[in-house]
Design a protein around this ligand. Sequence first.
Ligand code: MG
Length: 387
Amino acid sequence: MKNVVVLGSTGSIGTSTIKVAEDLPDWVNLVGLAAGGNSELLMEQTLKFQPEAIGIRDSKTAVDMQDALGTKVQVHSGDEGLVKLATLESADIVLIAIVGTGGLQPALAAIRAGKDIAVASKEILVMAGETVMSEARKYGVRVLAVDSEHSAIFQCLDGKPNDSIRNIWLTASGGPFRDAEKWPKDCFPEITVEKALKHPSWEMGRKITIDSSTLFNKGLEMIEARWLFDIEMDRVQVVVHPQSVIHSMVEYVDGSFISQLSTPDMCLPIQYALTYPERAPSQRVATNFAELGKLTFEQPDTERFPALGLARDAGTRGGTLPAVMNAANEIAVDAFCDRKIRYDQITATVAQTMARHDLVEHPELDQILDADTWAREEANRIVSTEA
Ligand code: MG
């Protein structure tokens, strides 16, 4: 039985984690839950699972919730509350599924308190992969991936040494605009928010769905993989696989490929992270290969999707550049969703922001956060001149 804290329990990954906890009552014990704004769902989850402590962003809402719950659950608020939950005495593992950069401080706090972390928030490793992984080594804790691709690679690697790997292959669904005949580059300026929000394989939050359509999601995953598996960027490859059944692959030096497969369901990688190193029986995911029929593969189109090249550049040059790419992309996606910029301007905004950045090598955490702030301001400037 693992005592689990979930930061971001009402989001897309959070609600899937709740399903896993329902499936596996003998394996997963929820001791802490935190949400951003959805206090109603957090209350429902709290009454159902009776965690020791919960957190909600707004301090007044926290007071109201504490009044309603009485003394049996401790209610925290704000960023401080997230750190309190991340360091909860009884917790074995902290799953971090907060959108944006808010997960970084609680992740480091959890590591320094000796907790394993399960990472669903890509920003943590993209922005501060070097720091997070070195702190995890120092405190002897595990950093487990919740992303389906990284969970797959972790399962395929199974502890094999780094020098036995030729390449890591991240699979990409290709997003809704994969088909170059239907979506040629010159029609990208006309792509609407509604169209970009229709993902072919996965149901996810708004930000990650847009990122999947631009392939920035894959770009962020390339950088995550680089840190999680301590492998140089030029051994991290991407192949388009529209069925999303092969979740990723490892190519070994002898030419063998090992991959992990199932029909797409986020509950599976979440469950694996929470029960690792064991495998818990569950009927939730069933894969019928005869019904699937065929699995297909394509070269990613880096011309229509420049995000892959930008991410490779950011991951290779490192320092503060990945944080800048991530922050500029967040601003650009918001601006697109608010209909301030066109679809093709998302990647253009990120590219311009990256080009204007003075990179800091081996940055400290405050330098990373400064670069993040700078990139947001710069991207906002670019967006407002374009709009
Ligand atoms: Mg993924």
